[in-house]
Every structure is written in structure tokens, then in C-alpha cells.
Design a protein around this ligand. Structure first.
Ligand SMILES: C[S@@+](CC[C@H](N)C(=O)[O-])C[C@H]1O[C@@H](n2cnc3c(N)ncnc32)[C@H](O)[C@@H]1O
Length: 404
């Protein structure tokens, strides 16, 4: 096991390497940041006319995950981040037994929202590599977590097992020590690529021989979240019978462009009879009708892009999608008042962290702690809670089917 101090240094070195900029790039970023700072100063002094009203969102993500009755099933959360998976499991009626997370601000978010939860965060309490899981043995029904995805993300180097941040071994160690009835692990779709086929076999499937494991991909847009966000899930059950009763969550929602709704009346009507329509971004955020709406491109994950950035841009290509929605994806503000008072140069709508949270499926009541870039990091790293909810609900149904 790598000592924590060394791990931290490795992480810092990796970050330094990753954000190595040429001097002209650095000058350009400085200039943009200077211009943006000046515009923000003017906005704060009330010298810029507010060009958009404060929006009132139409989408309340709690409707996508109505609270289920409490069950007696206990969950333990590893790599908890800002709580996407934890919230989904809670809504599905699981009893929260503890969260383990390295970054202190994530722990603060969890504790601020759920003071009654046991939250272990920071390098001393929250680092899963240092936890002895024995006391949890036999006490937990479901272990859940999303080991860091950077080693497998197409946005990174895809070094897999050679990346120090590959912590699948720690997830496996927790499951094998605790021996829960089931586990749920989440990651980026990159992990399903042929490149990682032997990694999955060697580091996930083979070391968990006592579990019957299913892997599948879900897209958040198919569960009512106005964002294209594909994620891979590994669900394992100790009992073969229980595993056989598990059903992969099926889409509950469907997105159809408003312009196409007319042409596809028949199809849409057929689909709508079993699936609800997913709202577009503008509809979800309560923005004025511009005759065009769409699903958001994937929001940037917390550890890609420029350090401490307040942008949600995941790729240069997605800039075009945001522009067609007349939404400015950079310089996200701490609240809607600040966003309305700081118009984007091109007149497009400026986002607040609350808007980004809704686009990720977090209810407005879930309050993230930290500076804007830290909140965006927690949002972008999370499993959309309505998706987590569907997986948790399916796991619960399987466990309940064999109860008697
Ligand atoms: C993909 S995110 C998890 C997101 C979370 N499941 C959610 O739905 O919001 C991975 C998390 O693992 C955390 N992490 C990385 N190394 C860790 C370690 N050694 N111990 C505990 N947490 C760690 C990161 O800080 C990050 O928040």
C-alpha cells in the first residue's frame, strides 16, 4: 500500500504535469481572467445592466426520485464525493451507515445536508486506503462507491492500472472484508472499452469470486435528467438467486426535440405512454422560450480541464451546443442573483451553481459547500441522483424478492 503522504505528492505531480501550459497559453488565460475579473467588478458595483431575470426552474429533481418507504437495508459509501450515489440510495429507502471521502469539502457538503450521517472525510478519517473495514463485517447490506475514474476516462491518459489513482483494489478490499449482500460500483464508460477488458477481469471480476456481477451502462437523459451523461455500473450479489432476480433499470424518460414532437406524434405518443418526456435545459431551468431547446452536453467532470475552473465545458465541441441554447457555460456564479447581475458578453444566459446542480439531477435543497470551482467539482464528479436512485431501487427489489 502506498503511504498517504507519497500518494498526495504523486497526485500533485500529476496535476502539475497535466496543467503545464506554454507561456502564450498562460498569458491568454491571464488576459481572459483579467477581463472577466473587471467585468465582475462592474457587475458587483451594479454598473452592468442585468440582462436576464432571475430564473425559476421548472424541474424539481425530487420528482424523478420520490422517497421510498424506509427499508432495513444498510449502505456504506466509499469515495462519496458530494453525495450523488448517497442521495439516490437514501431516496430509495436505504439506511445510511457511513461515508468515506478524501476531500474535506465534500465531507462538509454531506454533513451540512445530513447532520445525522456518519461522515468520515479528509486524509486522516476519509482515506479509504487507511480504513480497517473489519468492524463493518456482517453489518452492511450494500457497499456502494465510485472509485476515481480519471485512470479510465477518455479525457485523461487512460493509464488504468498504472495510474496511482486506480483505487479499484481498495473497493474490492472493502467488499471482501465487509461481505455485504450486494455492492454497486460506478465509473466512466471508458472502463467498458476493449482497452480495459483485461483490467476489468483482473482487478474487478476475478478478485470478487463470491459475487455474481452484472455490468451495464445507463444514460441520465433516459431517467429525466436534462443531460447526456453515460455511466457504467457494476452490481454484484453474494446470492446467485438474488442476482437472478435483479433487473437492470429500464429508461423511465425519453427526450424528443420540440420541433420533432409534431412529426413524431405517433411514435412519441407510443413512447410517452410508458415513458415521461425529459425536459430540455431551457425548460428545466425556466428560461424564456427561444424556439429551441436541447439536452445539455455532459457537464465537465471535477478533475478535467483547467484547475479551479468555473466552467462546465467538457470539450471544445460542446461550446457549440451551449451557444445554440444561448447559455454561457463559463464563469458559473455562486447564486442566481450574481449570475443575473453579471451578463455574459454575448448576451447569453449565465449559469449559477444551483442551475448546474439541477442539470445534474440534484434537488435545490441539496446545498453544496465550498467555492464555485469546488461545487462544480462535486457536481461534475457525481452520479446523477435520479440514476443512482433507479439502480438502488433495482438492488432493493432484488434483495426483497428473496427475503422470505
Ligand atoms: C467519482 S467521485 C465519486 C462521486 C460520488 N459517488 C457521487 O456520486 O457524488 C470519486 C471520489 O473519490 C474520492 N477519493 C479519491 N481518492 C480517495 C481515497 N483514497 N479515499 C477516499 N476517497 C477518495 C475523490 O475525492 C472523489 O470525490
Amino acid at each position: 500500500m502506498v503511504p498517504p503522504s507519497t500518494k498526495t505528492n504523486v497526485y500533485k505531480n500529476w496535476e502539475r504535469k497535466r496543467y503545464n501550459l506554454t507561456s502564450s497559453q498562460r498569458d491568454r488565460y491571464r488576459q481572459i481572467s483579467h477581463e472577466s475579473y473587471q467585468a465582475k467588478q462592474l457587475a458587483e458595483q451594479g454598473k452592468l445592466a442585468a440582462i436576464h431575470a432571475i430564473n425559476i426552474p421548472n424541474l424539481d429533481p425530487t420528482v424523478l426520485m420520490p422517497q421510498l418507504t424506509a427499508s432495513s437495508y444498510a449502505t456504506l459509501s466509499l469515495f462519496s464525493g458530494g453525495g450523488g450515489l448517497d442521495l439516490g440510495f437514501e431516496q430509495a429507502g436505504f439506511q445510511h451507515s457511513g461515508s468515506y471521502e478524501l476531500i474535506p469539502i465534500c465531507g462538509q457538503t454531506l454533513q451540512a445536508n445530513r447532520p445525522q450521517w456518519q461522515v468520515c472525510s479528509g486524509p486522516e478519517q476519509g482515506d479509504v486506503t487507511r480504513v480497517d473495514w473489519q468492524p463493518y463485517r456482517g453489518q452492511i447490506d450494500v457497499v456502494q462507491g465510485g472509485p476515481p475514474c480519471q485512470p479510465f476516462s477518455v479525457a485523461g491518459d487512460q493509464a488504468g492500472a498504472d495510474d496511482e489513482r486506480n483505487l479499484w483494489g481498495e473497493f474490492v478490499r472493502a467488499v471482501n472484508t465487509i461481505e455485504p449482500k450486494a455492492f454497486v460500483a460506478e465509473n466512466v464508460p471508458g472502463l467498458m472499452s476493449t482497452k480495459f477488458k483485461s483490467f476489468v477481469q483482473m482487478y474487478i471480476l476475478a478478485p470478487l469470486p463470491n459475487y455474481h456481477i452484472m455490468k451495464f451502462e445507463l444514460n441520465a437523459v433516459e431517467f429525466g435528467v436534462p443531460q447526456i451523461r453515460r455511466r457504467v455500473f457494476f452490481v454484484g450479489f453474494r446470492s446467485k438467486q438474488v442476482a437472478q432476480t435483479f433487473h437492470i433499470p429500464q429508461p423511465t424518460h425519453v427526450w424528443s426535440e420540440p420541433s420533432k414532437k409534431q412529426q413524431l406524434t405517433l411514435n412519441f405518443a407510443t413512447l410517452a405512454s410508458v415513458k415521461q418526456p425529459t425536459m430540455g435545459v431551457r425548460g428545466a431551468l425556466g428560461l424564456p422560450d427561444i424556439g429551441n431547446d436541447a439536452i445539455a452536453p455532459t457537464l465537465r467532470s471535477g478533475f478535467t480541464g483547467k484547475r479551479n475552473t468555473t466552467s462546465i465545458l467538457n470539450s471544445a465541441a460542446s461550446q457549440k451546443n451551449w451557444a445554440s441554447l444561448q447559455i454561457w457555460p463559463n464563469g458559473v456564479q455562486k447564486d442566481r442573483q450574481a449570475a443575473a447581475a453579471f451578463p455574459a458578453k454575448n448576451g447569453h444566459f449565465r449559469l449559477s451553481v444551483q442551475d448546474c446542480a439541477i442539470l445534474q439531477g440534484f434537488p435545490e435543497s441539496w446545498q453544496f459547500q465550498g467555492a464555485v470551482y469546488q461545487v462544480l467539482g462535486q457536481i461534475g464528479n457525481s452520479v446523477c441522483p435520479p440514476v443512482a436512485y433507479q439502480v438502488a431501487k433495482a438492488v432493493r427489489a432484488a434483495l426483497e424478492s428473496q427475503k422470505n
